[in-house]
Write a new protein. Sequence first.
Length: 186
Amino acid sequence: MKKMYFTRHGETEWNVSNKICGATESVLTERGHEQAIELGERLKAMLEAGEIRIDRILCSPLQRARNTAEHIAEITGLPLEVKQGLYEQNFGKYEGTPRNGEEFRGDKANFCYSFEGGESMMRVAQRVYNILDEIREDDLVYLLVAHNGLARIVRSYFCDMTNDEFAGYGIHNCELVEFDLPGKEE
């Protein structure tokens, strides 16, 4: 069984102001750049010590994730590929609104709802699951650099979750999560 790693982009301006970024661009803060550099340095030390293996970085095309991945790639020397399907969910009418808004929380529980011009959770899961199915077919170990919404979906690929567990799951900026990815023969 091979490993797969996932991290969320560094802190953004909209993270600080508690706004839903979704598919909207929000640039990394200075702290966000520092978080990405620190993760890159930690990964480089782990790679050099033989504690982990990573062959390639795949990242979201959104600037916050791409910039995070670029820092990591520059420090570690790992090849980087932008993967279109790793962009964050488009939250339609909620883009730029408070993340803890009551109406948003209620609508977010409806996995087939597209947020009036956005993308349903079911559609996001389809594209992310397709990527995970694809990368399990080769012998490479990947680090995916993407978004908190995708962290939920990636975790749901590996384990059963209730709707409440799914909705409540999240990771910190530049937190590294490890998964056992069954290979093609399993």
